[in-house]
Design a protein around this ligand. Structure first.
Ligand code: PHE
Length: 455
């Protein structure tokens, strides 16, 4: 069924790099450290690891199996497995979610370019006080033309990769960028953990203080795990749809989860020692890597070089994720509407850019978007709440219910094992997919509806 025009990964390694590229993103290097910092450090990290293993991996394998079995985009996959049913709307929700996430993620990704440029030109990386650093951040993200321009550049990069196709575009680019990302990250981490006072940061990040565990910590950890593994919106269905029939899905899926988690943990090892070594509190929130780190680089020998490396790392991580977000949308138009890939990439990338403009203007550029009347948050945060929180959790619940109950475990497992590789611990996996995953994610949904606390 894999038509030549749809494309395919060259093999397991190509898939793993591309899917790890999707998973590893701003979620790992920007969001994971500040979320861990706000939620008590080590205890959050421990719970996070548990959720990746118990919920992340089963959902990831389900999405991959649905994709590979049907070799279709998110909507087409549900139509193939349950023709004529309403399940295709779950795929539709996934495509809308890909669009919605891309429309705010690309704005933040744009900031990484501004900071990369600032680091290259020396504005960032030298001595900066905390106030100066905060002022640079406010001016950068609040400048309307700059914010829109950077979002446009990022979207353009994403479109150019997507239009080149699965193996010549996504795979070729991620094959170069992912090893580069890893090398930069390791260099920065070695620098950070050898700073004076690094131990204190490591202890905060690695030693669980169980008294810090609250419902919020637990719920944020699960939400973060879903977002970080790119689950709940069909990205892994789409990437799984290009996965060759004869390859081992379990091994590939577990590798992706392990890489994603490893990178998040290493990002923590890079950031917390640096914070503690200069006596900065870890709970700065979303500004952590844009406001706090710039004021630290100046205190490091060769800080300006490290600043360039760090923001290059962030930009690379973001790009391999925006690629996967746009691919979810493009795959739908290619498969179901018969569009050319290039047309789908340019049309959808352009529309998404237009939808991103209010988010780009919502960080100080335009007053009413910065504090939405009657809602109180900015437009970008609202997009994250709608798509990154509600939609992703609803999608994850429905996908697991579909996999575990509607399509059903026997067919799901047969699809996973169709390459001839046996599924380890089928009994455990069955229990996790049917009961644990949907119930746990439903609790996250109840929690965010109830408390209006988001991740
Ligand atoms: N996983 C990506 C990150 O950690 C974000 C993402 C979510 C990408 C959903 C695709 C789909 O940054």
């Amino acid at each position: 069924m894999a038509t030549a025009s749809r494309g395919q990964w060259s093999g397991r390694t190509g898939f793993i790099l591309a899917a790890a590229g999707s998973a590893i993103g701003l979620g790992n290097i920007w969001r994971f450290p500040y979320t861990a910092g706000e939620n008590g450090g080590g205890a959050f990290v421990l719970i996070y690891l548990g959720f990746v293993a118990l919920i992340g991996v089963p959902v990831l394998l389900s999405e991959l199996a649905i994709g590979r079995k049907t070799q279709r985009n998110a909507v087409g996959a549900f139509m193939a497995l349950k023709p004529g049913s309403g399940w295709r709307f779950v795929g539709g929700l996934g495509i809308a979610t890909g669009f919605g996430i891309l429309a705010f993620y690309s704005v933040i990704a744009g900031w990484t370019l501004a900071y990369l440029w600032g680091a290259v030109t020396g504005q960032i990386g030298g001595a900066l006080t905390a106030d100066e650093s905060a002022a640079i951040f406010t001016q950068t993200i609040g400048n309307p033309a700059l914010a829109i321009g950077l979002t446009a550049i990022f979207m353009l990069l994403t479109v150019v990769v997507i239009q080149r196709g699965v193996s010549k575009g996504i795979e070729a680019v991620t094959k170069v960028l992912m090893p580069l990302l890893f090398i930069i990250l390791v260099i920065l981490t070695v620098r950070s953990v050898t700073l004076p006072g690094a131990m204190e940061g490591l202890a905060y990040f690695l030693m669980p203080d169980f008294s810090k565990i609250t419902v919020t910590v637990v719920m944020s950890a699960l939400g973060q795990a879903l977002f970080s593994l790119s689950l709940g919106m069909g990205a892994m269905i789409t990437y799984g749809s290009y996965f060759p029939d004869e390859e081992n899905v379990v091994q590939a899926g577990v590798s992706v989860a392990v890489f994603d988690t490893l990178i998040a943990v290493i990002a923590g090892l890079m950031i917390f020692p640096a914070l503690f070594s200069v006596g900065v509190q870890p709970n700065a929130g979303p500004g952590l890597v844009f406001v706090v780190l710039p004021s630290i680089f100046g205190a490091l020998p060769a800080g300006s070089l490290f600043a360039v490396a760090f923001y290059a790392l962030l930009a690379i991580a973001a790009l391999t994720s925006t690629i996967s977000l746009l691919e979810v949308v493009v795959a739908y138009f290619v498969d179901e509407r018969g569009w050319h890939r290039a047309k789908a990439a340019w049309v959808m990338g352009s529309i998404c850019f237009l939808i991103a403009i209010p988010s780009a203007l919502s960080q100080g550029g335009v007053d009413f978007l910065t504090t939405l009347p009657g809602i109180g948050v900015d437009f970008l945060s609202l997009q994250n709440i709608i798509w990154g929180n509600y939609s992703l959790s609803i999608g994850a619940i429905l996908i697991t219910v579909f996999a575990g109950w509607v399509w059903g475990i026997p067919r799901l497992f047969a699809a996973i094992e169709s390459s001839g590789h046996r599924l380890p611990m089928p009994g455990v996996l069955r229990f996790l997919i049917k009961y644990v995953a949907p119930i746990a994610v439903a609790l996250v949904l109840v929690f965010i509806v109830w408390t209006q606390q988001y991740f």
